[in-house]
Design a protein. Structure first.
Length: 402
């Protein structure tokens, strides 16, 4: 990423805290949510799947004690649902217990931890949520999901009766940005959203959200011509970003110097297996996408539980995953393969057999369209600045949570 004083190029997303070094542990505190987002992969939302404190305590005790298996020097405790802030008082107890036990055990994680949330934002101004934030602010990351303009957001992020949720979320954005000015939002694109991409990214930047992480869904929802429409939206966004010099202060994950090249390594894109998810029964999963309420076609796939520990045999296949072992030949040999993402849970769910070694190629055309628009962006910006921007050093895109 350029650091030129007079022409900073901010457009690429910053790397996260302790990227690549921390253990990511997700507590699924509830399988309930106020919304029924139409593109959500969590297809089995319910009120019964609520985490109990005693189960969370057992999971923490096991992970703090399993230093031979859990060797990372830091930890991100990720709280998810459903909607995690529905259970903020439970979460507060869990966090207090972790801090106390890590101190008592003189564990390396005692002063190297984050509590992380991805929330729909509806409860952000609730007094209980604000007390929790004030109590843990120095070790806290909160991401509110707002999908863009009211039209785009309300197309997908709806209440059970079909009403849109934009206004209820947007009123909480100013306080969130005041408390977490460097935070980002996560935007999801499916087929129906494509015509609203450019205006939505510009809208989010206009709200003061400087970092927009945006991606297409991994499921096979794409229609003929979607890739051309997608490319056109990204080219139009590139023009606005460059012409208005928004690249100096804003970032959008659609544009990156590292995508659109042949594979330079054989790494697995997804971090499944290196991170863990914990459900209300105390089961461990490779990530949240392997829980039963996240799957459409396959049964849940566990790798142990907090009572008996991690099962090394169940975990081993995930630790051996790489690009070649799961990709078809056309992906391995693709000239623009770098940056083409996949989700291990979606691969498992939609594979022809019950395997994690068959990569879904549903987003192939969408990735290639992104590459063409990405090349347009960097070539146009490079001509404007008189520099070969893609030859300059940059942070890489790498494996991580979906």
């Amino acid at each position: 990423m350029s650091s030129a004083k007079n022409d900073p190029v901010k457009i690429e997303t910053d790397r996260s805290w302790e990227a690549g070094r921390s253990k990511n542990v997700t507590f699924v505190v509830t399988e309930d949510c106020q919304l029924r987002c139409r593109y959500c992969y969590m297809v089995g939302k319910n009120k019964a799947g609520r985490l109990k404190f005693d189960v969370a305590r057992r999971a923490i005790d096991y992970l703090l004690g399993a230093r031979d298996l859990v060797t990372e020097p830091s930890v991100v405790w990720d709280f998810i649902g459903g909607e995690p802030f529905l259970e903020v008082e439970l979460i507060d107890r869990i966090c207090d217990y972790f801090k106390l036990r890590a101190y008592e055990l003189d564990h390396p994680w005692f002063d190297r931890y984050r509590f992380s949330f991805s929330t729909n934002g509806l409860l952000y101004n609730d007094a209980r949520v604000q007390r929790y934030i004030a109590k843990n602010s120095s070790h806290l990351s909160v991401q509110i999901t707002v999908d863009g303009t009211r039209a785009k957001h309300d197309l997908q992020r709806v209440y059970p009766d079909g009403r849109g949720s934009y206004d209820d979320v947007a009123r909480n954005i100013p306080r969130w940005l005041e408390q977490f000015p460097k935070s980002s939002t996560k935007v999801t694109v499916s087929s129906d959203d494509i015509p609203r991409i450019k205006e939505s990214v510009l809208h989010l930047w206009g709200l003061g959200i400087k970092e927009v992480n945006i991606n297409v869904v991994f499921e096979d929802v794409w229609k003929p011509g979607d890739d051309e429409r997608f490319e056109a939206q990204l080219v139009a966004l590139a023009d606005e970003t460059i012409d208005r010099r928004l690249y100096e202060t804003r970032s959008c994950s659609f544009f990156s110097k590292t995508i659109g090249l042949p594979y330079a390594d054989n790494n697995n894109w997804c971090g499944a297996g290196r991170m863990l998810a914990v459900d209300h029964r105390g089961n461990f999963y490779p990530c949240v996408r392997f829980l039963g309420f996240s799957l459409q076609k396959r049964p849940a796939l566990t790798v142990g539980n907090c009572f008996d520990g991690l099962d090394r045999n169940r975990l081993r296949p995930f630790l051996t995953l790489d690009m070649v072992t799961q990709s078809p030949e056309e992906c391995v040999d693709c000239d623009v393969a770098a940056g083409c993402a996949w989700c291990q849970g979606a691969n498992y769910d939609f594979a022809e057999t019950r395997t994690i070694f068959q990569r879904s190629v549903a987003i192939c055309r969408m990735h290639k369209a992104r590459v063409r628009a990405n090349n347009y962006f960097w070539n146009k910006l490079g001509r404007k600045l008189g520099r070969d921007l893609r030859a300059e050093p940059q942070g890489g895109e790498g494996a991580g949570p979906c």
